[in-house]
Design a binder for this molecule. Sequence first.
Ligand code: ACO
Length: 332
Amino acid sequence: MFAALKSIGAYVPKKVLTNKDFEKMVDTSDEWIKKRTGIEKRHIAADNESTSDLAAKACEAAIVRSGLDKSQIDALICATISPDYLCMPSTACLVADKIGIKNIPSFDISAACSGFVYALAIAKSFIESKMFKNVLIVGAEKLSSIVDYTDRTTCVLFGDGAGAAVISSTDKKEEAIIDVKISSDGTYQDFLITPGCGSKNPCSKEVLENRLNYIKMKGNETFKLAVKTLTNDVLEIMKENNLSSEDIDYFIPHQANYRIIEAVRSKMNFPKEKTVLTVAKYGNTSAASIPMAMNDWYESGKLKKGDLMLLDTFGGGLTWGSALVHFAGENL
Ligand code: ACO
């Protein structure tokens, strides 16, 4: 029994914030943002849209494309760092309710930008252990709710969105998710952190006044570690599976910064035209970034049944992960 990625879906909120918009908000420029990150714009959820709303729309799209009935979904995993509620209920439970599924296990996981790849690893294990047949995974973020729009070093980087996939059992090896590797190192916990409003620094007037409820990032340190870790990670997963760059159809990395992606791509000696890039139009959408990029590629008609994708991600924790995944869905 193998696990296979049967379908992909995404939701992108309508409102757009361009780099020019940020020039009116903080001391920055379109030129700086484009040169240092590759980002040109990002989508922002409406005030009345929460993470579960974005996730539910992405899930609906993925279920329709899987050809399954909702009643066939056995479990739902939501990866997010911007849940609807800080403690409970989980965003996954809200998503299940919104899409009309009940009496299945639904839970959130927290692995920052690596959340989708972590969810993929869990879904694969559920299926290979024969516990479930169809697992719905979704990476969804309303990062605009935890971004400090007075801090130019972080606010220009992030956007909102959601991407979902149905992972199903198959007996066809050529459809299988070949491998998923996930890891972490808490030594670097302060590189990317939202210090306030958790049990360590509960929400208080002081926490809010010091803006500790927002994302803080040691950008440059994170950048250097991201390039090193991601490069080692992709080379390792290919080696362990006896694959080379020529065997991979598409490289779908986490979309945090064009320069990080470019550095890893060139170290892999992988063709530019087979590297999926959405950072310019979506910015960094954390756990939603990889499935949103995959969905873009699918909707552009380039991702076909049987294609082998290499996924690679890095985020707060620090966490990271990579995966070798066949696309087992139907061609669009
Ligand atoms: N506009 C203009 N200037 C800026 C801006 C801005 N928006 N932001 C920072 N600067 C300034 C800094 O203040 C600094 O000025 P100084 O030299 O006078 O001190 C200068 O630009 C250079 O700053 P650096 O931080 O060294 O710039 P760098 O080239 O490293 O780019 C960036 C910053 C884009 C954040 C980059 O470091 C990066 O992408 N880091 C990694 C992000 C990432 O991968 N995160 C992981 C996933 S996110 C998650 O898990 C949620």
